[in-house]
Design a binder for this molecule. Structure first.
Ligand SMILES: NC(=O)c1ccc[n+]([C@@H]2O[C@H](COP(=O)([O-])OP(=O)(O)OC[C@H]3O[C@@H](n4cnc5c(N)ncnc54)[C@H](O)[C@@H]3O)[C@@H](O)[C@H]2O)c1
Length: 299
């Protein structure tokens, strides 16, 4: 990770923010893209305390053993032994850049990439985490109401078209990268969901969008093979992010207990850790990886 430049969409919350924190701790230069209404600016302003906080402080999850010596902007962080590192190392901790942009807007994403070229010169990694979910039945027989069509299209627009929009601009930039010794120019990671396989009642729009992200993985990997860009997708199960934090504690415990093992909700750093492994393993390509503790959702 050290020295890589990584763009993370939806990086101002949940799974994306966990990637931003983990990647930065491992020496990557992080670029966060999220909506103007997100906490992106705040996160950048308070970066030293945010990056040194536990993986899920705001959600009262157990403390990660991150010890840090922090100054204002750039700090030296002592990284503890983690899943992916065998030795402690001293790295330069850089404050991320925040670009407020909507992934569905060609204009805004184009402008963001122009800025990235100016400021960072290169891009090695993209993690697409920007996404939304809704819960609507196709038809409610009791109320005789149907699924709102605009809402359906909005979910597809953000989760599928938004992901693809960012990928095509990222490829444009990665094509300028000097390939590494193995011919690799970059890595793209998309975020699906187990709803792509086990879509539940009310998840027709969400499951359709996440199924599309799964289906895009192989053709993207094939399309980009000639330029040395790998593409993988993570399909998370139930994760303890702001998306789920809105649920009452009782419901979250119930959901966690549905997971065969480990019997808990996923932690956002579990996701970030897999993203890091995908980046670091040069032979992972065109694959969708379920990250769900063997959970299979009921109807
Ligand atoms: N949390 C889970 O249990 C879970 C499970 C499976 C899949 N996922 C998927 O993982 C991804 C991240 O989920 P999360 O739980 O971290 O959600 P989250 O709501 O905490 O974070 C999503 C981020 O995406 C941003 N975003 C939304 N629309 C955007 C747009 N048009 N342009 C730019 N940014 C936009 C939001 O502002 C937010 O910061 C989503 O795609 C979600 O569907 C989450």
């Amino acid at each position: 990770m050290n020295g890589l430049t990584a763009l993370i969409t939806g990086g101002a919350a949940g799974l994306g923010l966990a990637c931003a924190k983990r990647f930065a701790r491992h020496g990557a230069r992080v670029i966060i893209c999220d909506l103007p209404s997100s906490k992106g600016s705040d996160i950048v302003d308070k970066w030293p305390s945010i990056v040194s906080s536990s993986v899920n402080t705001e959600l009262n999850e157990p403390e990660n053993q991150v010890t840090s010596r922090l100054n204002d902007d750039k700090s030296t962080v002592k990284i503890p032994l983690s899943n992916n590192s065998t030795t402690d190392q001293n790295i330069k901790l850089e404050t991320p850049t925040f670009f407020p942009a909507d992934v569905t807007s060609d204009e805004q994403i184009h402008a963001m990439f122009n800025e990235i070229i100016q400021q960072h010169k290169r891009l090695d990694v993209v993690v697409n985490c920007a996404g939304i979910g809704i819960a609507r039945r196709t038809y409610n027989i009791n109320k005789h109401t149907m699924h709102n069509f605009d809402e359906f299209k909005r979910v597809l627009d953000i989760n599928v078209s938004g992901t693809f929009n960012v990928i095509r601009w990222a490829c444009h930039m990665m094509s300028e990268n000097q390939p590494n010794a193995q011919g690799q120019r970059g890595v793209i990671i998309n975020t699906s969901s187990i709803a792509a396989y086990d879509g539940q009642i009310g998840q027709v729009a969400y499951a359709a969008s996440k199924g599309a992200v799964v289906s895009m993985t192989l053709p993207l990997a094939r399309d980009l093979s000639s330029m040395g860009v790998r593409v993988c997708t993570i399909a998370p199960g139930l994760f303890h992010t702001p998306m789920l934090a809105a649920l009452p504690e009782k419901v979250r415990v119930l959901l966690g207990n549905m997971v065969p093992f480990p019997r808990r909700l996923g932690r956002s750093d579990d996701f970030a850790s897999l993203a890091q492994m995908i980046i670091e393993n040069p032979y992972l390509n065109g694959e969708v990886i379920r990250l769900d503790g063997a959970l299979r959702m009921p109807p």
